[in-house]
Design a protein around this ligand. Structure first.
Ligand SMILES: C[S@@+](CC[C@H](N)C(=O)[O-])C[C@H]1O[C@@H](n2cnc3c(N)ncnc32)[C@H](O)[C@@H]1O
Length: 222
């Protein structure tokens, strides 16, 4: 099926609320578990989370790696409001910084990151090169990169079935968003082409990890 883009920023307060209150424990814990599997020896210290949204992944990552400090970046103030609340309610507030920035942007204070993570940002981007160029700009010796996203299914019918299977009991606004996100997601072959257009193809690998998710991961060089 042809890709149907969706709006980049999740700046609508109702949409942000529905997303922030949803239970993403299964895919978000899978994000942490896949990271640990891909980087068994890496000890994250300074981490950047691109498109952090309400910071559920950010907080899980901070808990999983107690020695790290994380900067979460998002362009939607509505999402960051929920992120601030969530971070304040946890024991990781001293290690998590939230930053309002619309990518592509010059990010300050993240020059020495050793880890870049991103969950479900790529499919929002009108120009996916924005993510890959941001990574290239941040590239330092042995920066661990871990991106997870949805994968576009072969047909709208399959997208509807996935929505029913995984968010059948969620509010309508969330089911609608999930459907739109599946339709906007990139396929592995498209991501491969995106990486080939940069220097990253040699560094990052793509792996399908579920019926609706893929990961892109590897180490950047200088
Ligand atoms: C589906 S949410 C994912 C949030 C979070 N990473 C998670 O897994 O729960 C995508 C987020 O990316 C943000 N976003 C989309 N395009 C962006 C851009 N160009 N710059 C910064 N943030 C962006 C949206 O505002 C939204 O909060």
């Amino acid at each position: 099926m042809k890709r149907i883009p969706e709006p980049e920023l999740m700046d609508d307060p109702e949409q942000a609320r529905a997303y922030a209150l949803a239970d993403f424990s299964e895919p978000h814990q899978a994000f942490i578990d896949h990271f640990a599997r891909c980087f068994p020896r890496h000890r994250p210290r300074r981490v950047l989370d691109l498109g952090c949204g309400p910071a559920d992944v950010t907080i899980r990552f901070a808990r999983a790696y107690p020695d790290c400090e994380i900067t979460g970046v998002d362009g939607a103030e509505a999402m960051l409001a929920f992120a601030r609340e969530a971070v304040a309610a946890t024991g990781v507030a001293g290690r998590v910084r939230l930053c309002h920035a619309y990518l592509p942007a010059t990010l300050t204070g993240v020059e020495t990151v050793d880890t870049v993570i991103s969950n479900s940002l790529l499919h929002h981007l009108v120009d996916p090169a924005v993510l890959w160029q941001t990574l290239t700009q941040l590239s330092a010796a042995r920066t661990a990169v871990f991106v997870m996203d949805l994968m576009r299914p072969p047909s709208e019918q399959t997208a509807r079935e996935l929505v029913q299977q995984y968010s059948g009991k969620e509010p309508e606004i969330l089911r609608r968003d999930f459907y739109h996100s599946l339709c906007a997601a990139y396929r592995p072959d498209e991501i491969e082409a995106q990486l080939r257009a940069t220097d990253l193809a040699r560094r990052l690998q793509i792996e399908v990890v579920s019926d609706r998710h893929l990961i892109v991961w590897g180490e950047l060089a200088c």
